[in-house]
Design a protein around this ligand. Structure first.
Ligand code: FMN
Length: 326
């Protein structure tokens, strides 16, 4: 019988399937259902930095500039308090046996770090940090943008002892270097990648609108490349692959590329929680067909470790790719 067990951030997991941060994980009932369907761990919906600052009444001026945003925040805070979030963590620790990873969505190291300690005290097994800002300010250099990540990592290291994971977007000049710098500051894992809000334009009404919040299975490709590169370049960092993973083959590809675990979100919204069961069964079947007795036996088998210069490999493949079409 093939064994799907694995570990992530020092936590023992029954398989590599984690349910990603979203409203899929915002209640004890939902998480129990996910656990029964086969989820090995859950990442809770994020608590937002704005929400924490707002409750601490540190966000005085937002309304002066963005009245609509301030009104939305007001109503969001009313319905999602920090106390409720902490209660959810401790209730889950009483009700399920899978690890519970708290999540914070932030854009600075100020004003909210103490709440990470409260999440640890409530029983969170780890904390995932989703740094969400669009680097669109032409006066802020890349170095200054990256310093935000490093400052948050340093502040968390001083404050909490549970493992910290950074959920990163896919736009870095040199992702391996960035991940290495985070690792050196105590970050144990990275989620590759977060999916940012994507705008679209309604040309009939001449207005901005949101693109679909859900990913598609083809969106796996970008994460796949970087899981493969970073897992080879930064030994010791644990990677949870995310974006576009919708079936067993997506999970297997990410493990072959070097991921420790995978996170699933859109596909569960679309197909329901039973998808987890299907994926674990199909993974088991694939491992038996390939005579693997454990996930560790094939993890990273197809990552960039054996290629001296992945950049060169990428470049030659790119040339081949386009030259094959006359
Ligand atoms: C409805 C919805 C809500 C989400 N909420 C959060 C959130 O609160 N915090 C977060 O870090 N990511 C959030 N995400 C992003 C997911 O955790 C995940 O990173 C992203 O959807 C890519 O994974 P997927 O392709 O499996 O959907 C959300 C995604 C969806 C679809």
């Amino acid at each position: 019988m093939s064994i799907l067990q694995t570990s992530y951030l020092g936590l023992a997991l029954k398989n590599p399937l984690i349910v990603g941060s979203s409203s899929l994980t915002d209640s004890v009932e939902k998480v129990k259902k996910l656990e029964n369907a086969g989820a090995a761990a859950v990442v809770l919906k994020s608590l937002f930095e704005e929400q924490m600052l707002h409750e601490a009444q540190n966000l005085h001026h937002a309304g002066d500039y963005y009245p609509e945003a301030a009104a939305y925040l007001q109503s969001y805070v009313a319905g999602h308090s920090i106390a409720e979030y902490l209660r959810l963590i401790s209730d889950l620790k009483q009700s399920v046996s899978i690890p519970v990873i708290a999540s914070v969505n932030c854009m600075s190291a100020s004003g909210w770090i103490e709440h990470a300690l409260k999440m640890q005290q409530a029983g969170a097994d780890a904390i995932e940090i989703n740094i969400y800002f669009v680097a669109a300010d032409k006066t802020r250099t890349s170095e200054k943008c990256e310093a935000i990540y490093l400052d948050i990592a340093a502040a968390l290291k001083k404050t909490i002892s549970i493992p910290v994971v950074f959920k990163l977007g896919n736009h870095f000049t040199n992702l391996s270097c960035m991940v290495d710098r985070l690792y050196c500051r105590g970050v144990r894992g990275v989620v590759l990648f977060n999916r940012f809000y994507e705008p679209d334009i309604d040309i009939k009404n001449m207005t901005l609108k949101s693109a679909s919040v859900f990913s598609l299975p083809k969106d796996i490709r970008y994460s796949l490349r970087w899981v493969s590169i970073v897992s080879a370049a930064v030994e010791g960092i644990q990677i949870s692959a995310s974006t576009g993973i919708a079936n067993a083959s997506g999970v297997i590809k990410m493990l072959l590329a070097g991921a420790q675990t995978t996170q699933i979100c859109s596909a569960l919204y679309k197909n329901g929680t039973d998808l987890l069961k299907t994926i674990t069964e199909e993974m088991q079947q694939w491992m038996e067909e390939h005579h693997y007795k454990s996930v560790d036996e094939f993890r990273g088998k197809l990552n960039y470790k054996n290629i001296k210069n992945p950049e060169q490999y990428e470049r030659s493949q790119f040339m081949k790719y386009f030259s094959s079409y006359e």
